[in-house]
Design a protein around this ligand. Sequence first.
Ligand SMILES: Nc1ncnc2c1ncn2[C@@H]1O[C@H](COP(=O)(O)OP(=O)(O)OP(=O)(O)O)[C@@H](O)[C@H]1O
Ligand SMILES: [Mg+2]
Length: 220
Amino acid sequence: MEKGWLDQLSEKQTARKPLCNLELFKKVFFKSAVEFYALMELHFEVDATNKNFLGHFCKYWNGDPKFEVLDNISLRKGLLVFGSYGTGKTSSFKIIQNMSKQYRIPELWFPIIGAQEVVAKYNAVRNKDEVIDYYSKGTFLFDDLGTETVGNNVYQYGKEEIFVRILLNRYRNFESLGTKTHVTTNLSFAQIENRYGTQISDRFIRMFNQLKLDGPSRRK
Ligand SMILES: Nc1ncnc2c1ncn2[C@@H]1O[C@H](COP(=O)(O)OP(=O)(O)OP(=O)(O)O)[C@@H](O)[C@H]1O
Ligand SMILES: [Mg+2]
């Protein structure tokens, strides 16, 4: 076998180039954000409470390996965006999703599903395992994790924390396949631990870059 082939192969797998120059990415993000908020007749606000977050958020989605060391962010991991109500967590992801569609950038694509919607689907179908399997694979943003009710499985276990199963599966897929999970939540780390257990919260540290977006609500 040719010398160094393994190195070359692993280099190929890890060497991801940024999508573009960071300043350009930020400009396009800004433009998309202005358009996004204009649809609701709102102005895109950037101020002391979200400026830092938006900077990290753009760096992550632009995928520049240089920033991993600087910001303790790993591009292999997904994003866990946490903070109080109405700070723009969900909107920020929707803007990235819009950019993916508008400029046809598959690297920026992910489906968004509300945590409660997952539970509603689980409750509605007979084959519960299919729902768990479906949300265990591929990239997803689980919006508002922590607001969902416990699942109802009358056929088997009774009440069940659906996301414990989904997130444990996803952690396994993250380790073996690099599957990315993104989450928005109002829960603090302690609250996540409290609700889903330490098995989950331990894995959270390994599978997520945690970004805080706090401050007063911008909901009008
Ligand atoms: N930077 C911003 N500029 C202008 N309006 C904003 C900004 N961020 C958020 N908003 C507005 O505030 C409202 C709440 O935003 P969003 O739903 O993204 O918040 P959230 O953090 O996901 O809230 P929650 O924790 O309740 O889910 C929306 O109507 C959105 O349009
Ligand atoms: Mg939200």
